[in-house]
Design a protein around this ligand. Structure first.
Ligand SMILES: [Zn+2]
Length: 98
């Protein structure tokens, strides 16, 4: 397990069965808080743990600004929602690690 996954797992506050998870998604992370649907895989939790580490490394404002800018730039570039999301630098790192 990488340091980022371990750091995230050690520091995350996991809100399982959260009603805040939007339709079409299994979970999301804000700061050290991870919100998931019931019964999600350990692989998804590890993915979200990487985001906890990224938030800690960059701070919430920078993480959100970079995330949104990358997504919008990728949307213009690829004109495809899923490709735009998958190519956000923080998502690429999280998918590469987990
Ligand atoms: Zn992600």
């Amino acid at each position: 397990m990488t340091d980022k996954v371990q750091y995230g797992l050690d520091n995350m506050k996991h809100h399982a069965n959260s009603k805040l998870v939007p339709p079409g998604s299994d979970g999301f992370t804000f700061g050290r808080h991870v919100f998931t649907r019931p019964g999600v895989s350990q692989s998804l939790i590890n993915h979200e743990a990487v985001h906890v580490a990224q938030y800690a490394q960059n701070g919430i404002p920078k993480f959100l600004a970079v995330y949104l800018c990358d997504f919008l730039k990728n949307l213009v570039k690829y004109r495809n929602f899923d490709k735009a999301y998958r190519n956000i630098r923080y998502e690429k790192e999280a998918y590469d690690i987990t």
